[in-house]
Write a protein of this length. Sequence first.
Length: 250
Amino acid sequence: MTALAVTWWGHASATVELAGLRVATDPLHVRRLLHLVRHGPLPAAPAYVADLVVLSHLHLDHLHVPTLRRMAPGSVVLVPRGGESLVPPGHDVRPVVPGEEVVAAGARVQVLPADHDGRRLPGSSLRGPALGFRIEHREVSLWYPGDTGPRQDLAGVGAVDLALVPVGGWGPTLGSGHLDPDQAAAAVTEVGARWAVPVHWGTFWPAGLRRLDRRTHERLFVTPGARFAAALGPGPPAPVVLAPGERVEL
């Protein structure tokens, strides 16, 4: 049994294997979402199998109902309280809020606060708190902060084996409530991680925007992973920059 492995499927979607436990983060397995077009391969069949699914907030690109419908039934799904009605049937749905500590699928999960818009859509009454997660299973640990801006409380998260940290966006601006590559590198260093995988970059981009604004496309889509790795240096934390669909054992 592999103690720790990660597959990045693109955007914020990944499967992390923690001592035999399969954890899926914010699954989004489609070629197109509204005006956003996927660049790269669709996630393969293993992306749909998880013991535990964590949903960081209610935005369409993080809580994607059609993808959740295709996830293998029976997984535990942790969702921000207020968004539980969005999760399709067939799963063990558990609404959570920052500050909670729960046991889910055999793992100990600390639910963390994140600085991000918790609404489903602008103007929507459907909302819940934006979340991050620290997950530990058989002494192997993961930190996934979800979408968040810089925070002052990261030293309290506790050191982890793997940080799965957002470093970019889908344009045309990054906006507040996100980390850029330098801020993400500072965050994982403050938390303390053995390895750090950058996510939320290089996957979705608005149709046609690349031709209109090549500099923005380069900065927010093409280079965030490499810039994150450069900001970290050789580590620790050691940067692990993956291509969509790539799996690595750590």
